[in-house]
Design a protein. Structure first.
Length: 336
């Protein structure tokens, strides 16, 4: 059985599943595999990425113009780096997300180019601001999510955002199996936006050592922390910390960010560890759903499993749950 939502209609994809943009991880190969599996794959563009990356990875994601894809940008980085928006528009993606900061200055230009605009939000206020700015798809990103995020859990957030806005709402954060997809759709989401479950896919741009750490980690091993941004001197707004696997660096520095800011040795240690792939010190951004990632499944197969699995679950569960009579409550409220 197939799935139809405002997202599948708008994006012309079989499954309401978006492969999250993940800087340094979701390049063209992963985005393409997600789209080939029936979702929409996105290329993640980091604040320090070279603008040339966008055209190169877009060629791979679109398989030379054959497939749709999306690009994810960080709003806070665009003021200083307008070329990232220019190059994104030139690559002709179907979807662009502008997250972590106000999308308002960019929406009109993207719409003029015929591009659908999404934005990840972490509160009701941000959802309402995104709708005001003309954003087409509101992505409610819970704190379970890997990478930079807010502090409200996905379940309360999607309920809040679904009640607050009329635009299609897509759920992000902690979704990694057909059960998670079915739960989000049953609650009223138009789709899901998944990142962590793709981290161990062979098409991801991460190193083999990082993929092994992802496969080995359980759901209790992540931390929401600013230490990696502080130690790299990256200009992330303080309201967005990043969820990563806990390691020796977070154990040493989380809670001591001010001290870390002035510590040149710690900064060099992190830079060296990143260069050599030493993940006891370097970061691996990942969400709580990391505990559900057990095998390095190809991304197209993973997306197909999510979509097909969610549609059978919904069909089975709804049939089993719904009874053909009105619910009756005893008058006196007694348990019967
Ligand atoms: C490794 C990693 C890198 C990420 N990088 C970005 C990014 O560059 N841009 C962005 O908008 N979101 C980024 N995110 C957040 C995702 O878009 C998304 O919100 C998240 O992966 C969804 O939750 P999940 O990880 O539980 O599936 C990243 C997430 C991860 C795990």
């Amino acid at each position: 059985m197939g799935l139809r939502t405002p997202l599948t209609e708008r994006l012309g994809v079989p499954f309401p599943i978006i492969g999250a943009p993940m800087a340094g991880i979701s390049h063209g190969a992963l985005a393409r595999a997600v789209t080939e599996g029936g979702g929409l794959g996105m290329i993640g563009v980091g604040s320090t990425d070279r603008a040339e990356l966008i055209a190169r990875e877009a060629r791979i994601a679109s398989d030379g113009g054959r497939l749709r894809f999306g690009v994810g940008l960080m709003a806070w980085a665009l003021d200083d780096r307008p070329e990232l928006l220019e190059q994104t528009m030139a690559a002709k993606p179907a979807l662009v997300s502008v997250s972590f900061g106000s999308p308002a200055p960019y929406v009109e230009r993207l719409h003029e180019a015929g591009i659908t605009v999404a934005s990840q939000v972490q509160s009701t206020a941000r959802a309402l601001a995104a709708v005001d700015a003309g954003v087409d798809i509101i992505v409610a990103q819970g704190t379970e999510a890997g990478g930079h995020t807010g502090t409200v859990g996905t379940l309360p957030l999607i309920q809040l955002v679904l009640e607050a806005v009329d635009a299609p709402v897509v759920a992000a954060g902690g979704i990694a199996t057909p059960r998670g997809v079915a739960a989000a759709l049953a609650a009223g989401a138009a789709g899901v936006w998944v990142g962590t479950c793709l981290l161990a896919c062979p098409e991801s741009a991460s190193r083999a050592q990082a993929r092994d750490k992802v496969l080995a980690a359980d759901e209790t091993e992540t931390i929401l922390t600013r230490v990696f941004d502080v130690a790299q001197g990256i200009g992330w707004p303080e309201t967005f910390a990043g969820r990563a696997l806990r390691n020796r660096f977070t154990d040493t520095w989380h809670g001591r960010e001010e001290e870390l800011d002035g510590d040149g040795d710690a900064r060099r240690l992190l830079a060296d560890a990143r260069a050599t792939g030493d993940y006891d010190t370097a970061y691996i951004y990942a969400g709580q759903a990391v505990g559900l990632v057990h095998r390095p499944v190809p991304a197209a197969q993973l997306v197909r499993n999510l979509g097909e699995g969610a549609s059978s679950l919904l069909a089975e569960r709804l049939e089993a749950l719904l009874v053909d009579r009105p619910t009756r409550w005893p008058d006196n409220g007694a348990i019967v």
